[in-house]
Design a protein. Structure first.
Length: 345
């Protein structure tokens, strides 16, 4: 009985304290607490307090949301969804479908257009235009005006282009462009794409490498398309007993007869060296960069065919064994030995 009286007096004190306390208890709830405390059934206090509306004041002066407030906000959200939910769903569907269509168009353009810098710029422009159209369509489906949306997107696009033009002189430029064949480090291949972070390089055996731009700028880069033409070098070795004048004429005729070989400067043949096992000749001619590899392979093949037809023999490393009857040993003479000394076994 005394515990009930103490609990009742505590509740009355909280009610009289008013808003100065951090918790405010409704008077009707306090009466319920007091009555139940008078009967001695204090175990019912917990569910009763949970059903009581309590306002907890924070340092910012805001209050915790009540159950009625939460239900009211959920009801307001339901009304908004009932009014605009259909438009929101349609706008989202238009946006997702449009992005998939843009991705398909990008892949189609990359397959159809040649791998040049102009093609890459054209693909970027088409991609930007399609994105603006899709966003405009999604906003119009939601209820916005097309002119306002397109004007806003145009302003953003122009601002981005202006920022890129302004920052371009301060950014390091790559010594190549899309479509060039380059060599950086141990990689040799064709440039497929250039981004702010890396360069996509496709080698001639079908592998794709993503090389960081920082690594490329710190290394030596060979750009085989920096100039329009490139010189083809073909070195051959002829046996010493062959007609070297005829060999030079055959090499010159092989290059002159190929229409891809430039006439200015014209093809030339040099006697490069009198080596240990051959006379070295060097054939030199100029071709377009795009025709370099195919032309070089064709000239090597034609040179072999013409030399066989003319009866000219290529030199190759040989190993000769000489028997020495007096010493009953074998003398090995190898033309591959640089110092020219013989090894006697």
């Amino acid at each position: 009985m005394e515990a009930g009286l103490r609990f009742r007096s505590a509740l009355v004190g909280l009610i009289k304290a008013g808003p100065r306390n951090r918790f405010h208890v409704r008077p009707d709830a306090a009466a319920v607490h007091a009555n139940m405390a008078g009967t001695g059934k204090l175990l019912i206090l917990l569910p009763t307090v949970m059903a009581t509306q309590i306002h907890h004041t924070f340092w910012s002066g805001s209050t915790m949301p009540t159950l009625q407030g939460i239900l009211g906000r959920m009801q307001s959200l339901g009304e908004v969804m009932s009014q605009h939910g259909t438009h929101m769903a349609l706008s989202l569907a238009v946006l997702i479908a449009g992005l998939y269509v843009i991705r398909w168009i990008d892949q189609l353009l990359r397959r159809m257009l040649p791998k040049t810098a102009f093609s890459a710029m054209l693909c970027s422009a088409v991609h930007l235009l399609l994105v603006m159209i899709v966003i405009t369509a999604a906003a119009v489906e939601y209820g916005a005006k097309p002119a306002n949306v397109f004007r806003f997107l145009s302003i953003i696009a122009l601002a981005g282009i202006g920022l890129m033009v302004f920052l371009r002189p301060y950014l390091p430029s790559m010594p190549f462009k899309v479509g060039n064949t380059i060599k950086t480090g141990d990689l040799l291949g064709k440039v497929e794409a250039i981004t702010f972070l890396n360069t996509r390089l496709r080698t001639f055996d079908g592998k794709t490498f993503f090389v960081p731009n920082r690594k490329i700028l710190d290394d030596i880069v060979i750009n085989y398309h920096f100039t329009e033409t490139r010189r083809v070098k073909i070195d051959v070795g002829l046996c010493y007993d062959q007609d070297i004048i005829r060999a030079k004429q055959v090499l010159e005729s092989v290059m002159i007869e190929d229409p891809r070989v430039k006439t200015k400067p014209g093809p030339v043949v040099y006697a490069l060296d009198l080596a240990q096992n051959c006379v070295k000749f060097g054939a030199r001619c100029w071709v377009d960069n795009k025709d370099y590899w195919v032309t070089r392979c064709d000239l090597i093949e034609k040179t072999k065919i013409r030399f066989d037809r003319e009866g000219l023999q290529f030199a190759f490393p040989q190993l000769e064994l000489h028997l020495n009857p007096e010493r009953s040993k074998i003398t090995i003479c190898s033309e591959n030995i640089r110092d020219g000394n013989q090894t006697v076994l």
